[in-house]
Design a protein around this ligand. Structure first.
Ligand code: ZN
Length: 266
């Protein structure tokens, strides 16, 4: 590790120390991101960098209640492969890889495991991984998207949020403005809003009822869907701090949720 040993980092402890920590039952948190195109203005590491930074900030708020695992930097990206640089992990590989991690954690006696997602298309796979962990171990395991619970309409101006958009651009600018090429930021919303289908979340409408992920190169020229030109450091700071505070509160509640005994009614 670089720097001091952090009390909330799973991988900063020795194995006898981890053995002692099992008694305290902190929530073991796994961030999952992606290595993926994010427009002409953002690096490939947006999802991984943002989700791991939000998890780190949440853990700093409640360091005795969390053990933060090293992040998974790859996700399910088959629909982004027309964009150079993107790395995709097949859905079944990602599912099994994540369940291998959660089952390892449960094997050691941890009973609360939380998967925090930074890349939209990982979401159904991570939810399934969490469900499988609950069924196949004695642990509680849940999944959520980073930023869940944040009132995003209060912070941003865009009507459409989807990808490499105002939120992602703002948060990245807050975390490392020097790595964002704002002169190349695009405003692109190619897909119309119909009655049942649109991309991302639309102000006042939320997510579309029809779940369909198109090939990304059919629905975006630059990789952006949304308005990246509106991204600012100030909006990013507000979103980031709200996301970290929401996550810390959720972790606390999740930790306190009792695991009731099963009842076999045969
Ligand atoms: Zn992203």
């Amino acid at each position: 590790m670089i720097g001091p040993k952090l009390p909330y980092r799973y991988d900063h402890y020795t194995w006898p120390e981890i053995r002692n920590l099992i008694k305290k039952q902190p929530v073991v948190v796994l961030p999952v991101g992606s290595t993926e195109d994010h427009g002409h203005h953002l690096p490939l590491d947006v999802d991984t960098f943002v989700v791991s930074s939000i998890c780190d900030a949440a853990a700093q708020q409640i360091p005795d209640e969390v053990l933060l695992l090293p992040e998974v930097a790859y996700g399910f990206e088959d629909h982004h492969m027309d964009f150079p640089g993107t790395i995709t992990i097949r859905d079944d590989h990602l599912l099994n890889f994540i369940v291998d991690i959660t089952k390892s954690v449960a094997h050691h006696g941890f009973r609360k495991i939380l998967i925090v997602n930074g890349h939209g298309s990982n979401a159904p796979i991570l939810e399934l991984a969490a469900r499988r962990t609950v069924i196949e171990t004695d642990a509680h395991c849940g999944a959520l998207n980073a930023g869940a619970g944040v009132d995003v309409d209060e912070i941003v101006e865009s009507d459409v949020l989807s990808h490499a958009d105002e939120v992602e651009t703002s948060v990245y600018r807050y975390l490392n403005d020097a790595a964002v090429q704002m002169d190349k930021a695009a405003h692109e919303v190619k897909v119309p809003v119909s009655r049942y289908y649109w991309r991302g979340t639309v102000r006042g409408k939320g997510s579309a009822p029809l779940r369909m992920m198109d090939q990304w190169s059919r629905i975006s020229e630059t990789g952006v869907i949304g308005d990246a030109t509106l991204g600012t450091v100030e909006k990013g700071e507000r979103f980031f701090n709200a996301a970290a505070t929401e996550l810390a509160a959720l972790i606390r509640e999740f930790r306190a949720l009792p695991i009731e005994p099963r009842v076999d009614h045969h």
